[in-house]
Design a protein around this ligand. Sequence first.
Ligand SMILES: *Cc1c(COP(=O)(O)O)cnc(C)c1O
Length: 380
Amino acid sequence: MTQPLSFNRVEIDISALQANFQGIQKTVGPQIKIMAVVKSDAYGHGLIECAQALYSAGARTFGVAEVWEGIKLRRAGLKGDIVVLLGGSPESYEAVIRHELTPVVFDVEFLAGLSDEAARMKTEVKVHLKVDVGMGRIGVMPNEVESYVSLIKRLPGISLSGMLSHFPGADEIDSLQTTHEQLSYFKNVLADLKSKESGKVVSHIANSAALIYFPKSHLNMVRPGISLYGYYPDGSASRAKIAVPVLELQPVMSFKTRIIQVKDLGPGYGISYGHTFVTRRKSRIAVLPVGYADGYLRKLSNKAQVLIGGRRAPVCGRVCMNATLVDITDLPPVHTGDEVVLLGQQGDEKITADEMAQWMETISYEVLCLFGSFNERVYT
Ligand SMILES: *Cc1c(COP(=O)(O)O)cnc(C)c1O
């Protein structure tokens, strides 16, 4: 979505994204491949722009959620493998084949349909088979793997090029034991397969959290998402620093607006809908043209802070659809048109997506998707 001339904009720092990719490559070592996860509009950072920048930084495998995202990437000219994490629908067989996408598979009917279409088009599609080792989400059960693998072998037009699984709690200290068990479960499945399969099958299970906290889970390929965009999966840079001292992530997204009015109010003046904030002293208030329609959620009312001139100012009163008020009484003089940072750095101060997530009672992932999808993006 673009809103030309909007007061608000999301800035994407492409060199930070590329540096994060390279930092991850350094962390896992040169033998391990990286699937750059760019699903959901690259977590709000822009699908095509980010995929192209990551390709320039060395990425050759990309992870998207749905087939249409893969098509968009191919239409933009992206090379490399594009793995579709949710697989496809029966309507998408032809598109999967024509755009050389690699669907994740976990369903017999899908495999059979894809095979028919590939045979008809006289070509071969690569697929990655997903195994559920305890996520309880997508994937076939470990005891079904053998029959799926032999089915894929029998079906014309289909070749198995990857095996994957996913952890439900790799970021949680309380789940260390469970994560270890799930990893060995997956490794057993792979070992069984290896004794029967000679082909080159890449195996992968590590999201950002596993990449950081479970080096044993790197296998042949890792699948970072949030860490590419500069955030530690559990919001704890300090815990990650101990696990992987070489990994120095830089946030990629900033969200900025500007002041459209400055006003002086006496004590006892109610601010915004419902007067949930009433001035207790002579106050100076700045009006910001941003609100919940821009992803700056109403939950932030009387809670969040913003940066003006490198200093923090608190949000006062309710966040409206397109407006937010901040108390600037304690700040040096500010003016209409001054830049306001809602997310990101200004001077020596910064507001991270983890801090925003606390105010919004969610995780950094959701903050980034939200801000990125509602606002004009500029690339620097
Ligand atoms: C989104 C996703 C990832 C990336 O997870 P992060 O926590 O963002 O690193 C990896 N694998 C799968 C299957 C995913 O859906």
